[in-house]
Design a protein around this ligand. Structure first.
Ligand SMILES: O=C(O)CCC(=O)C(=O)O
Ligand SMILES: [Fe+2]
Length: 340
């Protein structure tokens, strides 16, 4: 029998010993993933320990030595550039507001991630698994016509497939980091919610946008379990520590940024941090990024793990399904630009 399956379940409240209330981190750790699929459980555990430390204290970490090829990344970013260079009416034909499951194009200021803001200065293109069924968020993607952008769908899906595989390989590591059997998430991620975005941030125009209420993406937490984010070399992503200070997540070539989202905060009763972040593009250059948001299957209930609850630290969140939760958050984000 594989060694990892013999790990006993942690005692109730066990993980609360890792809780740090004052996570005033000054930098974001870089974690080497060379051992992620090592056959040696001791090596996988050592990696999971570093992941747990980052999840408890920061909620963000960089991954180096990841499995996604640079050629695929470069081609997808070129495809994103081609897409955003399409005429506005062609992009607006794919308007996300027309889609029941939040797929397609978001125009500049079409989202307002921080309710105190006036809209986000980015445009986006969202896609996901083409899941059949009538649950929230299931359904098809919305692609540009092949004649408008030959090859776009195949180029984007080439990245999507690699990134989904990478994301699926992270669930066992997060399980180990939570002292759970590595297969804990297997039956909860049979059709993993994997929403990908291509994002384009034009440079902020100081005179017009700099009342501070229109920035690239307003301060927010992500909605799912974790996000795999590729960012280009322009910079502008910032992460907020417990003192409210913004820490730059500077671009590091050859890495991905991974951050936790609210589903993991709910699973772990906030032992794992879903950390607030934002993007401000004052570089004078166009910025591109690609987040991929990983959640559980949409019918999974977000119940706190027993190891993260105690009489002194009771469950904080109402239990909802992952699908209900994500849909509710997306509706809030797009409400301000929705035509009645
Ligand atoms: O573009 C980035 O670097 C971050 C994007 C982000 O935070 C998001 O889409 O949730
Ligand atoms: Fe985010």
């Amino acid at each position: 029998m594989d060694a990892h399956l013999t790990i006993p379940s942690p005692a109730p409240g066990f993980l609360l010993a890792n809780e740090r209330t004052e996570s005033s981190f000054e930098e974001i750790p870089v974690i080497d993933f060379s051992d992620a699929s090592s056959k040696n459980v001791t090596k996988r555990r050592a990696l999971a320990d570093r992941i747990r430390d980052a999840c408890v204290n920061v909620g963000f970490f960089y991954v180096k030595n990841h499995p996604i090829t640079e050629a695929t990344i470069a081609d997808t970013i070129r495809a994103a550039g081609d897409f955003f260079a399409l005429p506005t009416p062609t992009k607006l034909a794919l308007d996300i507001h027309k889609s029941a499951n939040f797929k397609g194009y978001t125009a500049l200021l079409g989202e307002n991630t921080d309710p105190t803001g006036r809209g986000d200065l980015h445009e986006g293109f969202d896609l996901g698994w083409e899941q059949q069924g009538d649950g929230p968020m299931t359904g098809v993607n919305v692609w540009p016509l092949e004649a408008d952008l030959p090859g776009f769908r195949d180029r984007v899906l080439a990245y999507y497939r690699q990134a989904v595989e990478f994301g699926q390989s992270l669930f066992p590591l997060f399980a180990l980091a939570l002292d759970l059997p590595e297969n804990f998430f297997d039956d909860k991620t049979t059709k993993p919610a994997a929403i990908m975005r291509l994002l384009h941030y034009p440079p902020q125009r100081p005179a017009v946008d700099d009342d501070g209420r229109i920035i690239g993406i307003g301060a927010h937490t992500d909605y799912e379990c974790f996000t795999i984010l590729w960012q280009d070399a322009v910079g502008g992503l910032q992460v907020q520590n417990a003192e409210g200070k913004w820490i730059d997540a500077i671009p590091i070539p050859g890495t991905f940024v991974i951050n936790l989202g609210d589903q993991f905060a709910r699973w772990t009763n906030d032992v794992f941090k879903s950390t607030v972040h934002r993007v401000t593009n004052r570089s004078g250059r166009e910025r591109y990024s690609m987040p991929l948001f990983f959640g559980t299957d949409y019918n999974v209930r977000l119940e706190p793990l027993p190891s993260c609850v105690s009489p002194e630290y009771p469950a904080k969140y109402e239990v909802v399904t992952a699908g209900e939760y994500v849909k509710r958050r997306l509706e809030e984000t797009y409400a301000h630009s929705k035509a009645d």
